[in-house]
Design a protein. Structure first.
Length: 320
C-alpha cells in the first residue's frame, strides 16, 4: 500500500487545514502504538506551512509508505529555496525555525530543485506501520458457498447468491478465527448500522417526526425484510410488544450453516424499537436457522422490558 497523492492550493487555508487533519488521521490509523504521531503532526504542519510561505499556489503531497516508516514529499511550483537547518541568529526574529524543528523529529530531511521549476521537500516521518499478519488461509471446501446448483449455465454466479455467500462465509471466517461470540458481535454491529439507515429512509419517505408507533415499527420490519428476500408478517403489535412470524430467511437455507446471522435480525429490530420506545428486548422464540419451520420473533417495547429474560437480547435507546 503505500502510495497516496494529494493536491492543495497553498492560498486556501481551509484546504490546508483539512489536508493536515486527513494525513494525521491516516498516520494514526496505521501507526504502531509507540509511534510519534505528535511529531508527525508537527512535521506535516511545518512542511505545509513552508510550502505556503515559499510557493503560494498549486502544490502536491505524496506519501510513500512502502517501507516501515513513511516518506512524505511536498512538491511546489515556487521559485525554490535553500533548506535552512540552523535557527536564526537573532532569537527574537519571527519564523525561521520550522524546518529546524522538522529536522529534529524526522529523518532524511532534504530539498531539491525540480528540473522544470519548483521544489521538492522530503522527510521520513517518525511513525512506523504496525507489522501486519500474513493472511494466506487454506481454502475451505466443505460446505463453502455459493452452492454448485446456484451456478448459471456458463459457470458464473449471479449477484444475489454471491452476496449471500459473501455474508455467510464472512460470518464463518470470523467464527473460526475468533469464536462464536466475535462473529455474533460483528453481525450485531452490521445490523445496528444497517437498521439505523433503513429507519432514516422510512422516516424520510413518510415525513415521520417523533417516535414511530408500534404499528409503524412493525410495518418497517416487514418492509425492510421483504426488500432483502425475507417473508416476515405481523402476528400482533401493541404498546407492549410486536410479534412477527417469518416463512423465508433472506439467507435461504445457508442460514442453517451460520445461525449466528440471526443476531442481525435481533440487532436491526432491537435497535429500531429501542430508539422509538426507550428500550427493547428481543426474543428469538423460533428460528429457521436451527431447524424450526418458521421464525417467531417477539420484540418487547419499553425500558422496563430490558433484563427480564435470560434468552432475550436487550437494547438501549442510542442515537443514530
Amino acid at each position: 500500500m503505500f502510495g497516496l497523492d494529494f493536491y492543495f492550493d497553498a492560498n486556501d487555508a481551509t484546504a490546508i487545514g483539512e489536508l493536515r487533519r486527513e494525513l494525521g488521521q491516516y498516520f494514526r490509523r496505521h501507526a504502531a502504538p509507540d509511534s510519534d504521531v505528535e511529531g508527525a503532526d508537527l512535521a506535516l504542519s511545518e512542511l505545509l506551512s513552508n510550502a505556503v510561505r515559499h510557493a503560494p499556489g498549486p502544490a502536491w503531497v505524496h506519501v510513500d509508505w512502502s517501507e516501515r516508516r513513511p516518506r512524505v514529499e511536498i512538491h511546489d511550483l515556487g521559485p525554490g529555496f535553500t533548506l535552512p537547518i540552523a535557527a536564526p541568529e537573532d532569537p527574537r526574529a519571527p519564523g525561521g525555525r520550522g524546518l529546524m524543528l522538522v529536522s529534529h523529529v524526522t529523518d532524511d530531511l532534504a530539498s531539491a530543485a525540480k528540473r522544470a521549476g519548483g521544489s521538492k521537500v522530503t522527510a521520513r516521518m517518525p511513525v512506523q506501520r504496525s507489522v501486519e499478519r500474513s493472511l494466506d488461509p487454506p481454502r475451505q471446501r466443505r460446505g463453502a458457498l455459493p452452492a454448485p446448483e446456484e451456478a448459471a449455465a456458463d459457470g458464473t454466479f449471479a449477484r444475489e447468491p454471491f452476496l449471500r455467500a459473501l455474508v455467510v462465509q464472512l460470518a464463518h471466517a470470523v467464527e473460526r478465527q475468533s469464536g462464536p461470540a466475535a462473529a455474533e458481535a460483528a453481525v450485531a454491529q452490521v445490523g445496528a448500522d444497517v437498521g439505523g439507515r433503513m429507519e432514516d429512509e422510512y422516516r424520510r419517505a413518510r415525513d415521520v417526526v417523533g417516535d414511530l408507533e408500534p404499528a409503524q415499527i412493525a410495518d418497517l420490519y416487514v418492509r425492510l425484510k421483504a426488500a432483502i428476500g425475507g417473508d416476515f408478517y405481523v402476528i400482533e403489535a401493541d404498546a407492549d410488544k410486536i410479534v412477527l412470524g417469518n416463512r423465508r430467511c433472506p439467507f435461504g437455507d445457508a442460514v442453517t450453516r451460520a445461525p449466528g446471522l440471526c443476531r442481525m435480525t435481533s440487532s436491526v429490530f432491537g435497535g429500531i424499537a429501542a430508539r422509538n420506545s426507550g428500550g427493547a428486548a428481543v426474543v428469538l422464540e423460533e428460528r429457521i436457522a436451527v431447524g424450526d419451520p418458521e421464525c417467531r420473533v417477539v420484540v418487547w417495547l419499553g425500558p422496563d422490558k430490558r433484563g427480564r429474560w435470560e434468552t432475550a437480547h436487550d437494547y438501549a435507546p442510542r442515537d443514530g
